[in-house]
Design a protein around this ligand. Structure first.
Ligand code: SF4
Length: 108
């Protein structure tokens, strides 16, 4: 669906373009569509912070840095990192309902 809209825009724009610049845009289109699909897939796979009751402080001694889904901030382990399950910047001292103790998945 999105691809069709994207292609229609390219076709409309192509009427204003020279042959050279049109070919250049057609060559870039699959890359743009791929990037969009990758972003959409990531957004679908992860939950918004408010949906999992994320908070930036521990709960009952449980915190993100001890959760198996936490992704360490490689440059500074005390700074916010990420999470394989939850969108956005995640505090190592945060917590959410998806919390599961275990070794972290990796580094950001
Ligand atoms: S699943 Fe929840 S508790 Fe675990 S790292 Fe992600 S945000 Fe923190």
């Amino acid at each position: 669906m999105h691809s069709n809209v994207f292609i229609e825009v390219i076709v409309e724009e192509s009427q204003k373009l020279t042959r050279g610049s049109l070919l250049q845009r057609i060559a870039i289109a699959p890359i743009a569509i791929g990037a969009f699909a990758a972003l959409a897939a990531e957004a679908e796979a992860k939950a918004p912070q408010n949906a999992v009751m994320y908070q930036n402080k521990p709960k009952d001694g449980k915190k993100c840095s001890a959760c198996k889904f936490y992704i360490n901030n490689k440059k500074n382990p005390k700074a916010n990192g990420g999470c394989t399950q939850v969108l956005g910047s995640i505090s190592p001292n945060g917590w959410c309902v998806v919390y599961a103790p275990g070794p972290n998945k990796g580094n950001k």
